[in-house]
Design a protein around this ligand. Structure first.
Ligand code: TPP
Ligand code: MG
Length: 366
């Protein structure tokens, strides 16, 4: 969503959105209060403003390493994470900013992490791909494509093994679905009937490879081979994400039934900010998505039609989100870097607890 379309609704986008979301009346959406609806909108906008601000910081060389922006996919993380109860868990890949904000992490600790500062959520040593908040049941932020999927299955296994309540959501990209470890995880999840929902965020591309060129068949339908339930939904429509995921999460929580859900979405930026995207898709394609399917614009239109949002409130929410993102960048800038001594902390448990160490051998290279 460009500045133009943020506060004052873009007329063209308005025209392309003819009706309310088909999921408006689903109980999980119908029960939302006015404030809860506004909160969902605000969270999506905060994610976008945070990332736009982080991009400027990256261009100003305040951020090193990778920066994979989630812009365009906000309704997926916000829709899914808004359904989490206190016993539910979430894990994702490296495009992890949206999920972090959706589970309630603060912009200061997130921006500081990007700047590599000691006040970051991972003490400045993880960066963009390694956001974590165990206190919010948010288990990262992982850089190996598909690597988080067995871990998410392990979260669900632990819930079942320990007789705890809740379910786990394991997010992955469309590029992860052919990884062997993902299929091993599917198999065990079904064999052991674990309370996990595998969420495929299909944004159409795995770096520069289109999903259609890399994967055969329906991505989520592969669940049938493992005797699991599956579904798909429109990830540009926040209400539809909530309606679909609510069904599968309930089955996971209440009946320990695993499932695979493909959520169709789109990223507007390159694979990472260092990766220009003028070779594998057309500008017209990106523009078309922006103009007709922007999840924030669509939800804004929805809430305007519901009488929940108006121009003044939209402007106020937008200004607050921009200010919050700017203040997070100021906080990050003013924070200290980790010290040299900090570098080897939090890497190996044994190194942090030498008196309890049982293993031999070398932990670090000299
Ligand atoms: C096992 C492994 N292989 C390759 C890579 C390099 N790599 C990083 S991101 C990526 C694309 C993944 O695309 P997708 O799963 O669709 O996620 P998206 O970037 O679209 O969110 C690849 C191939 C990696 N990190 N890990
Ligand atoms: Mg992808």
């Amino acid at each position: 969503m460009t500045k133009k379309t943020s506060a004052s609704a873009d007329k063209k986008a308005d025209e392309s959105v003819s009706a309310l979301s088909p999921s408006t009346k689903a109980p999980v959406n119908a029960k939302l209060s006015k404030d809860e609806r506004i909160d969902l909108y605000r969270t999506m906008l905060r994610i976008r403003r945070f990332e736009e601000r982080s991009l400027r910081a990256y261009q100003a060389k305040k951020i090193g390493g990778f920066l994979h922006l989630y812009i365009g996919q906000e309704a997926v993380a916000v829709g899914c994470c808004s359904l989490m109860g206190k016993d539910d868990h979430v894990i994702t890949a490296y495009r992890d900013h949206g999920h972090a904000i959706a589970v309630g992490m603060g912009l200061n600790e997130l921006m500081a992490e990007l700047f590599g500062k000691a006040t970051g959520c991972s003490k400045g040593k993880g960066g963009s791909m390694h956001y974590f908040a165990p206190d919010r049941n948010y288990w990262g932020g992982h850089g190996i494509v598909g690597g988080q999927v067995p871990l998410g299955t392990g979260l669900a296994y632990a819930l079942k093994y320990k007789g705890l309540k809740g379910a786990a959501m394991a997010f992955m990209g469309d590029g992860a679905v052919n990884q062997g470890a993902v299929h091993e995880a599917y198999n065990l999840a079904s064999l052991w009937q674990l309370p996990v929902v595998f969420v495929i965020e299909n944004n159409g591309y795995s770096m520069g490879t289109s999903q259609r060129r890399s994967s055969a068949g329906e991505l989520a339908q592969r669940a049938e081979a493992y005797d699991m339930a599956w579904g798909t939904c429109n990830g540009h429509d926040l209400y539809e994400v909530r309606e679909t995921m609510d069904r599968f999460l309930k089955a996971a929580r209440e009946a320990s039934k695993p499932a695979i859900v493909e959520i169709r979405t789109y990223r507007y930026r390159g694979h990472s900010v260092a990766d220009p995207d003028n070779t594998y898709r057309s500008k017209a394609e990106i523009e078309d998505y922006r103009r007709t399917k922007d999840p924030i614009q669509l939800f804004q239109n929805q809430l305007m039609a519901e009488g929940v949002l108006n121009d003044a409130l939209i402007e106020q929410i937008d200004q607050a989100a921009r200010l919050e993102a700017d203040q997070a960048a100021d906080f990050a800038e003013a924070s200290p870097f980790p010290t040299v001594e900090d570098l080897q902390r939090d890497v190996y448990w044994e190194a942090d607890h030498p008196s309890e160490r049982k293993s031999g051998g070398r932990l670090f290279f000299n």
